[in-house]
Write a protein that binds this ligand. Structure first.
Ligand code: FBP
Length: 568
């Protein structure tokens, strides 16, 4: 075998030159944890900040143990923990969609627990917790996964733990493995789950009557788990948006080279448009739709289509026959008329589930159309078959419409083509569709996500060693060195009507019309539409001058002076 062939074989199974090099990247730690080579657990004390929502009284009644313990007060670190607990048995799991940096959270927890405690991985996600599928995480595991993307070390799933039987199953797992704590790494729904689990496990799990601690860690590429300066962004957002921005930048470069195509690019981010506005700020595409703005201005599909068609026409008058349109994944649910239709469809599907399941495939749409009110039935009938099919597809385990499956970008292309022809039949309009989603969730984390997640892991581990339960770990001050803190989960809970019943939930953070990012975008977008002012941000960098950049929208919204971030 040649030397090259031998080298190639050593690079299999996550050992590419790149993967081997990123494992060696040093990770900075917040000053509170001491030295980066040997971070130490911190203890926590109450800060002056108390969280509340409109439903705090109901929360206090339904979560008595958690609220009594935290009083909904935010915790801040109070120095190195001098009496670190020993012998703790801690389980960690991923929940929901993957996001880059998850592996570093696990590494941070493992490092802070040290040799005196045991860390177990749960496979996969909440389902693994119900099944009691745990294994011990070793130092060698941590060495292999550090700075790598994905959730593949543990896997993930979207099981919602909600029934009494499921809660009892979790208790059984805790007892079987003699657990002292569980760390849930997830988004808004998963951290809501963590709050409920923390309350349920607060006491009476072990034979001595004590409970099992539960700590949440804020993850999601969607960026919709934000709590002002306490949580400026969830992890995974930076990596995903930098990957999408590189790809959009490449497409923009292609449009200006081939001079004949419009590209409609749908970007992941289930409901909120944080991903889309970030990619717009990074690339300056010609047209960007923001779902929250569509909802606020009560725009119809026809108005949205007309807005894009007018941009096509105006650019063609200047001889620019190309451009890029950015479309947020969740747009369809924010268009008022579609939102009304989807709500009625959800009810109709839920109330006629058995008959709908029996209905032959070809007549399912007709069957459900008959159950709709006149306006909704008319709109439903006007939609192309590829959209109808997805509107009727199964909801996810949280009851959500699977918007990532709806080809909104194709629907817009078809409607814009018709509208451009109506305006001026001579204007050429040739378009391609893309959906950028899964390619952004598991890339090797940016330096921002790598450092942020490692410190989130150190914080989560410290909270456990400090005996805390019912908190979400966070790291604030991401441009001034970073500070570990803990957010009481009950301080975030609101009551929302979901699937016909009141539920406690952590509210999704949507793009605010008066946010600094939205204001900056609004001020610049007319010029981006009129001319090719795009930039190609290039591939994300882990070494060199471009490596230390935080997301532009996060920098704008937090009032930062520059794009640089600083941890440690
Ligand atoms: P989380 O909120 O669980 O992090 O998931 C976000 C997301 O990536 C969305 O952007 C997308 O709509 C969804 O997951 C896709 O889910 P799935 O992996 O089940 O297809």
């Amino acid at each position: 075998m040649s030397t090259l062939a031998k080298q190639l074989q050593t690079m299999e199974a996550h050992n590419s030159i790149f993967e081997s090099a990123v494992r060696q990247l040093p990770l900075p730690v917040c000053a509170a944890f001491g030295s980066a080579s040997q971070p130490q657990a911190v203890s926590f004390a109450n800060s002056a900040r108390v969280l509340s929502t409109k439903d705090s009284d109901s929360v206090a009644r339904s979560f008595p143990h958690s609220v009594r313990a935290s009083n909904n007060v935010v915790l801040e670190s109070s120095g190195i923990n001098a009496k670190v607990a020993q012998g703790k048995r801690v389980a960690v799991l991923f929940s929901g969609g993957p996001a880059s940096g998850g592996h570093n959270v696990v590494c941070g927890i493992k490092h802070i627990l040290g040799q005196g405690n045991t860390l177990f991985g749960v496979k996969p996600g909440p389902k693994g917790l119900l099944q009691g599928n745990l294994f011990e995480i070793t130092d060698a595991d941590v060495g292999a996964i550090i700075n790598t993307g994905g959730f593949d070390f543990l896997g993930t799933d979207r099981t919602k733990i909600k029934t009494e039987a499921q809660f009892q199953q979790v208790k059984t797992t805790c007892r079987k493995h003699n657990l002292d704590a569980i760390v849930v790494i997830g988004g808004d729904d998963s951290n809501t789950n963590a709050a409920v689990l923390a309350e349920f496990l607060f006491t009476d799990v072990k034979t001595d009557g004590s409970g099992v601690q539960v700590i949440g860690v804020p993850k999601t590429i969607d960026g919709d788990l934000q709590i002002g300066d306490l949580l400026p962004i969830s992890f995974g957002f930076d990596t995903a948006t930098k990957i999408y921005s590189e790809m959009v930048g490449n497409i923009l470069q292609d449009t200006r080279s081939s001079l004949k195509y419009w590209h409609f690019i749908k970007l992941m981010g289930r409901s909120a448009s944080h991903v889309t506005i970030e990619v717009a700020l990074q690339t300056k595409a010609a047209v960007t739709l923001i779902s929250e703005e569509v909802a606020e201005q009560r725009q119809s599909i026809a108005a949205i289509v007309d807005q894009i068609a007018q941009a096509v026409v105006a650019r063609s008058a200047k001889g620019i026959m190309h451009g890029v349109v950015l479309v947020p994944e969740g747009l369809i649910e924010f268009i008022p008329e579609m939102n009304t239709l989807i709500a009625e469809l959800n009810d109709a599907l839920a109330h006629n589930a058995a008959e709908f399941a029996e209905e032959p495939f070809d007549t399912k749409a007709d069957f459900i159309q008959e159950k709709l009110t006149t306006d909704n039935a008319r709109l439903f009938a006007s939609l192309p078959a590829y959209v109808v099919k997805m509107l009727l597809a199964d909801r996810d385990s949280h009851g959500n419409l699977q918007v990532s499956l709806i080809p909104t970008e194709q629907l817009l292309v078809d409607m814009v083509r018709t509208r451009v022809k109506e305006i001026d039949i001579r204007i050429p309009f040739s378009a391609h569709c893309h959906f950028l989603g899964y390619e952004g969730r598991c890339g090797a984390p940016t330096l921002f996500d790598a450092a942020y997640t490692y410190n989130l892991g150190l914080t989560a581990g410290s909270l456990i060693l400090d005996g805390r339960s019912g908190y979400m770990a966070t790291v604030t001050g991401l441009t001034t060195g970073g500070a570990p803190k803990a957010i009481p989960l009950t301080g975030l809970l609101n009551i929302e009507r979901r699937h016909g019943q009141d539920e406690f939930v952590i509210e999704k953070a949507l793009v605010k019309m008066d946010s600094a990012a939205m204001r900056y975008f609004s001020a610049r977008r007319a010029e981006w539409a009129a001319d090719d002012l795009f930039t190609s941000p290039g591939p994300r960098q882990l070494w060199g001058p471009a490596a230390y950049q935080q997301p532009i929208s996060v920098a704008l919204n937090s009032g930062a002076e520059s794009l640089a971030f600083k941890i440690g």
